[in-house]
Design a protein around this ligand. Structure first.
Ligand code: NAD
Length: 249
């Protein structure tokens, strides 16, 4: 077992078809006790129960500091430690630059970027005490190539912000034994995009990808498992591309 005795917190992990839940399942299969946090409507407790009784689900909006802090306090009370944080919660919106409203900007930047900062801030002191931890931040190919397929420029900016934040945290927290890394998924079939594309468009996109298929959540979960475990013990500040070769750089 790669993660025996470890405790992992995964934000935005309740959607059964999402990257977060696939990651929760992968980490649990390697012995981790997993805490899924998500918005109330996504029913995180039910999601955690599907993994087994040793796991937990908590309601926490990643954009609200008090909710994030309360969730982390609950995890520490119940499990005594947090070894792994996966900053996975994110939303996207298709927009042209001139159409991005103030509220669009706030919504998208707040979940991906402020959420990553708030959740990291909340777990860092406990990780510092143990002098060990792995923080994984889900960015996007959209940050690297200037737009993915569906998200607007504000989504690219939020995910590029995540890359910068993660790299700076990696530099700062390395001496405390805390590793911080990013994953940049390409197009992965999940609820975030499933109703936003026709089957024909999907097939067209798949043809442009060297591995000739659109990704599945398990593709990202495998990369998360690597970054969460000691297999990646000398990796910090990296961005792991999980994009089928959509962007090779
Ligand atoms: P998803 O919509 O299934 O998952 C996102 C989750 O975040 C949902 O469970 C949602 O309830 C939760 N969430 C939204 N706002 C929240 C908030 N304020 N607080 C807490 N939770 C909140 O989509 P997904 O594809 O699984 O996306 C997971 C992550 O991967 C996101 O950060 C997304 O931007 C990123 N990503 C996805 C793709 C893709 O193609 N699917 C590609 C690159 C990056």
């Amino acid at each position: 077992m790669l993660l025996a005795d470890r405790v992992a917190l995964i934000t935005g992990g309740a959607g059964p078809n999402g990257l977060g839940f696939a990651t929760a399942r992968a980490l649990a299969s390697q012995g981790a006790r997993v805490v899924i946090t998500d918005l109330e409507a996504a029913r995180p407790a039910e999601a955690a129960a599907r993994l087994g009784p040793q796991h937990a689900g908590l309601v926490a909006n990643v954009t609200v500091k008090a909710e994030v802090e309360a969730a982390v306090a609950r995890v520490l009370e119940q499990f005594g430690r947090i070894d792994i944080l996966v900053n996975n919660a994110g939303i996207t919106q298709p927009r042209k630059t001139v159409d991005i409203s103030d509220s669009d900007y706030d919504a998208v930047l707040d979940v991906s970027l402020r959420g990553t900062l708030l959740c990291s801030q909340a777990v860092i002191p406990a990780m510092q005490k143990r002098r060990s931890g792995s923080i994984i931040c889900i960015s996007s190919v959209s940050a690297q190539r200037g737009g993915g397929i569906l998200g607007g420029p504000h989504y690219s900016a939020a995910k590029a912000g995540v890359l910068g934040l993660a790299r700076a945290m990696a530099r700062e927290l390395g001496p405390d034994g805390i590793r911080v890394n990013c994953i940049a998924p390409g197009l992965i079939l999940s609820d975030i995009n499933k109703d936003k594309m026709t089957d024909e468009r999907r097939a067209e996109i798949a043809q442009t990808i060297p591995l000739a298929r659109i990704g599945v959540p398990a593709d990202v979960a495998g990369a998360c498992l690597f970054l969460a475990s000691d297999l990646s013990g000398y990796c910090t500040g990296i961005t792991l591309d999980v994009n089928g070769g959509m962007l090779i750089h």
